[in-house]
Design a protein around this ligand. Sequence first.
Ligand code: ATP
Length: 274
Amino acid sequence: GAERKRKKSGPQKLTFEQIGGQDNAKQELREALDFLIRYEEIQKLGIRPMKGILLTGPPGTGKTLMAKAAAHYTDSVFVASSGSEFVEMYVGVGASRVRELFRDARNRAAKENKNSAIIFIDEIDVIGGKREGGQQREYDQTLNQLLTEMDGIYSSESPRILLIAATNRKEMLDSALTRPGRFDRHIEVDLPDKKGRKHILELHGKNKPLSSTVNLDKIAEESYGFSGAQLESVMNEAAIYTMREDLKEIEQRHLSMSIDKVMMGERTDRESSE
Ligand code: ATP
């Protein structure tokens, strides 16, 4: 069942070059990943293995992309999952899914002849929320299982396992998860600045016919506060406007209209959910 649900798994070819902006986050992540690659030196120096990296930041900023690029960079198998997949009515099901996730990663690495596996858990706060207050009690077993699995990661084992988790709410996480030896590397994946936004627009405009009059610098300026996911939408919507007008090339006004549309869309989403 879990295998089928994990749609994001499978061969990953995504590289850091395909992620726009986020220069600092990419740099920090690459440095952390070198620990996974240089495991022999790590062992010799008696450094404890790095088991978990936590990516924090608002939705749609590229945290999932980062995890995929990490798998590519380290030549690891990539197994993805989300916190909400572990939430079940019946006690114990979540915990056994966690076990299954790790087993899955080890099996796939063996099958694909890889020395390492990266397990990505999006929305980690769903299972790793603070345990005080009693409300989260039913998830305790799931979280405990995750902690047990993390404690069982050794740098000498093959395949080497690295967990990457993402959350929009770092302050919500139980300290058992963030203490040394667990998710002790935190990398902030923030909203892109203007230069980052331009880079993201360029990446998503690559396979689209942009008119020579298009000024992405200006679009980057107008899209202040947009996430990578929203910028991807801007490019896509602009292409749709172009098609509607029976034109062959995307023009500046299509992009401007798309910015308004994406902004409006967000606003109505928020209103309807209140
Ligand atoms: P969430 O917290 O909602 O899971 P996320 O941070 O994991 O979001 P992604 O799933 O990585 O975000 O990004 C969603 C989509 O937005 C990507 O598939 C991509 O098209 C686009 N995108 C987001 N950030 C970037 C970026 N930095 N560069 C290029 N594309 C991006």
